[in-house]
Design a protein around this ligand. Structure first.
Ligand code: PEP
Length: 249
């Protein structure tokens, strides 16, 4: 199978030039497992992408936090996939719950974005996850399956997609899913891929967990058989991000 552990850092809408420099310096000085063991991708706000790319060690990579759904043009305030490719940005996060919920991005819109970003040569961290209300009503698996289906319907290859399971109730709340809760949903997502896309895609696609991951809880989460890494918000701005990277081994 050989799914390489993946650790993404989503800096969200945070940082000044000085703070960004400090985070990158910490990352550059860290001793972490080699690129053969763990893939590390950090995602600063758009305005810092080129700056971070220019300073960051060469074994770590950068991701944008969003991109426009189609070719650029008269879409004020948007950033196109072509622009990211032009800047040499290899990854983009799409479908984050903050965009789905605050900016009303639908499953279909996210599916279109993923397909367009892939068509331009970007690699995609595609986020799915249920709200607390959906979990409590027993619809977690149906919700993440519908979000994944909307992507699967639009893409012809999963080679450049990392699927991030991020329960909304665990994002930025300090309430982390238990290792068993994370494993259960990751297992269901892999089963969904197996039954609806194919055995090879199910076996090879990395499914990473996000939601209040920190230096203290990452190790146990990382031992779960279907947890292939993490998407980290708050803790990716702190030195403990290094401990999370190290949980790959
Ligand atoms: C995120 O926003 O992707 C995230 C996982 O945030 P946090 O780690 O802060 O919960």
């Amino acid at each position: 199978m050989g799914r390489k552990f993946f650790v993404g850092g989503n800096w969200k809408c945070n940082g000044t030039t000085a703070e960004v420099k400090k985070i990158v310096t910490t990352l550059n000085e860290a001793e972490v497992p080699s690129e053969d063991i763990v893939e590390v991708v950090v995602s600063p706000p758009f305005v810092f992408l080129a700056f971070v790319k220019s300073l960051l060690r060469s074994d770590f990579h950068v991701a944008a936090q969003n991109c426009w759904v189609r070719k650029g043009g008269a879409f004020t305030g948007e950033v196109s996939a072509e622009m990211l490719v032009n800047l040499g940005i290899p990854w983009v996060i799409l479908g984050h719950s903050e965009r789905r919920l605050i900016l009303n991005e639908s499953n279909e819109f996210v599916g279109d974005k993923v397909a367009y970003a892939l068509s331009q040569g970007l690699k995609v961290i595609a986020c799915v996850g249920e709200t607390l209300e959906q979990r409590e009503s027993g619809s977690t698996v149906a919700v993440v399956a519908a979000q994944t289906k909307a992507i699967a319907e639009k893409v012809s290859s999963w080679e450049n997609i990392v699927l991030a399971y991020e329960p909304v109730w665990a994002i930025g709340t300090g309430k982390v899913a238990s290792p068993a809760q994370a494993q259960e949903v990751h297992f269901e997502l892999r089963k969904w891929l197996h039954d609806n896309v194919g055995a090879e895609v199910a076996a090879s696609t990395r499914i990473i967990y996000g939601g209040s991951v920190n230096g203290a809880n990452c190790k146990e989460l990382a031992t779960q058989p279907d947890v292939d890494g993490f998407l980290v918000g708050g803790a990716s701005l702190k030195p403990e991000f290094i401990d999370i990277i190290k949980s790959a081994t």
